[in-house]
Design a protein around this ligand. Structure first.
Ligand code: COI
Length: 356
């Protein structure tokens, strides 16, 4: 721990009030949070504080212009009680890329890792070992400067909160291919984890939910002919035995689970084609039976098999192959993440045990 991190511990943990067998995703938070303020052109001394409400002026820019970005990460505990994260440097780099696109200052790497390591040591008991258990970590940055002039703020808060997690989707996931609304456009902010990217999906996703779908798979805004991502996950298609996924661009999130899966699958001899995927080829593959699987991949969703999709009122159910890539890759990925398997890629990060 650096001597620049100020820690104020809670007086009594609330962990006893939590039923870890029934956790709705992202609804229960741990005892502490990390907060660092930006002002006068610099990040100030970071702090760990008891988890609790923030006091902010109603004119703070985040409320008016949505100047906010976030990340999603996870920590895992193995059977010895040691704690691990998965490729955390990727999240650090990505939050700064997102911040840059929203005219926000880059965060400090030492503060980020000291904050995470200390927070995870303090709230270690909230991380449960075993399959499907993890601690979801949500770093985010918000514009806190007061005043409603439409210009980038000069003051921000970088905050990290943590929520014990199990599955993001319980049950089957059915999706709708977008043919009217769009998530992102060329030159836009689709690649960034900007808060507004998610808010903008809520309305069309609610319309899809009313029709029985869990998610929309977004298509390119110009023609709606190419499949892009599902908003909470990148998407993979297995046609015959080849995995297809769209290339990242300024419209698509550079998912860490996505890129890890591409490497993991290729290392096992699975052919992965990273290329524009046409709606028409997936519809045709579903019609002729060569579409064997479809799944979403993301930190929160891990790997979520998709049981069916609809495009322009044509509804398709997908088979449930016994040798599903989704099942096999999910097992390999989650075992690697939680230190239950070797890590030939060097992706696992062991959280150092600290005296806190
Ligand atoms: C994540 O997987 O961490 C995400 O950001 C998805 C989230 C919107 C639940």
């Amino acid at each position: 721990m650096t001597d620049t991190l100020k820690v104020t511990k809670i007086s009594k943990s609330k962990i006893d009030q939590v039923d870890f067998s029934k956790l709705a995703f992202g609804t229960v938070f741990t005892d502490h949070m990390f907060v660092c303020e930006y002002k006068n052109g610099a990040w100030q001394t970071p702090e760990i504080l008891p988890y609790g409400p923030l006091q902010m002026d109603p004119s703070a820019k985040v409320f008016h212009y949505g100047q906010a970005v976030f990340e999603g990460m996870k920590a895992y505990k193995d059977d010895n009680g040691d704690v691990f994260m998965f490729r955390p440097e990727e999240n650090f780099n990505r939050i700064n890329k997102s911040s840059e696109r929203l005219a926000m200052p880059a965060f400090d790497k030492a503060y980020f890792f000291d904050g995470l390591n200390t927070l995870l040591n303090l709230d270690k008991d909230w991380i449960k070992s075993g399959e499907n258990n993890s601690l979801y970590i949500r770093p985010f940055v918000i514009a806190t400067e007061n005043g409603v002039s439409a210009s980038p703020a000069t003051e921000y808060k970088f905050i990290i909160i943590c929520a014990p997690a199990q599955a993001y989707y319980s049950g089957e996931v059915r999706v709708l291919f977008a043919d009217h609304y769009s998530r992102s456009a060329d030159g836009g902010v689709g690649f960034a984890k900007a808060a507004g990217n998610y808010a903008a999906q809520f309305y069309p996703t609610e319309l899809a939910k009313e029709k029985g779908y869990n998610q929309v798979v977004w298509t390119d805004a110009n023609s709606h002919e190419y499949l892009e991502e599902a908003g909470t996950m990148n998407v993979f298609f297995r046609v015959h035995d080849t995995l297809l996924t769209a290339p990242t661009s300024d419209r698509i999130l550079d998912g860490i689970t996505r890129k890890s899966l591409i490497e993991l699958a290729r290392s096992q001899g699975i052919t992965v084609e990273v290329r524009p995927v046409k709606v028409s080829e997936i519809v045709e593959a579903a019609e002729n039976g060569s579409l064997k699987e479809m799944f979403g991949a993301g930190t929160a969703a891990v790997i979520s098999p998709i049981s069916g999709f609809t495009h322009k009122d044509k509804k398709f159910d997908l088979p449930k192959p016994e040798d599903a890539y989704a099942t096999k890759l999910k097992k390999q990925l989650t075992e690697l993440q939680a230190n239950r398997a070797d890590d030939p890629f060097g992706w696992r990060y062991e959280v150092p045990a600290l005296e806190v």
